[in-house]
Unconditional design. Structure first.
Length: 169
């Protein structure tokens, strides 16, 4: 324990007051050092935490596999922790939409979905577009993936279907 006594007097009250002030100062220094050590350790673990390639884990990667309506009915093989997307024609203005109706969520996870209006004819009323849904493989196994193009407010079986049989290795 360090004491810095700036004014030495023979009275005990002044000496005790100097010790108290310096003891509080040491407590703050120790707390400050503990906080610094904490952030150094956290930074170390964050920097060492992931060794995966960005192309394997990034849902916006240029290496992402894209399936379209021509791939319906195919059997595909993918690795674990890989993102892929399905891009299907759609027209939101008609009330139709694509919905995932069959998926084994223990091995395949839906990450996002988005409707993009066609750029070429965006000024026209009722113009179509593309429905994009992104998935991530999370465990080994096999699953059937089925999407249906339907009007949710109708009880019909849907206008179109999209099916993939997926094996994750």
């Amino acid at each position: 324990m360090r004491f810095y006594i700036l004014n030495v007097m023979r009275t005990n009250n002044v000496f005790v007051a100097s010790i108290f002030i310096n003891s509080v100062g040491n407590i703050f220094e120790r707390i400050k050092m503990k906080i610094i050590y904490f952030f150094i350790i956290v930074g170390f673990f964050i920097s060492c935490g992931s060794t995966k390639k960005m192309s394997d884990t990034n849902p916006n990667s240029d290496n992402m596999v894209v399936y379209n309506e021509n791939d319906s009915g195919k059997n595909v093989e993918l690795n674990q922790n890989v993102f892929f997307e399905i891009s299907l024609p759609a027209n939101k203005t008609t009330g139709f939409k694509w919905d995932v109706i069959k998926i084994d969520s223990t091995i395949l996870q839906k990450v996002s979905d988005n409707y993009i209006e066609s750029n070429a004819q965006s000024k026209l009323i009722g113009v179509g577009g593309i429905y994009i849904v992104k998935f991530k493989t999370i465990a080994k196994g096999k699953t059937a993936l089925k999407l249906i193009y339907h009007r949710p407010f109708e009880n019909s079986g849907g206008k179109r279907n999209f099916n993939l049989s997926i094996t994750i290795k």
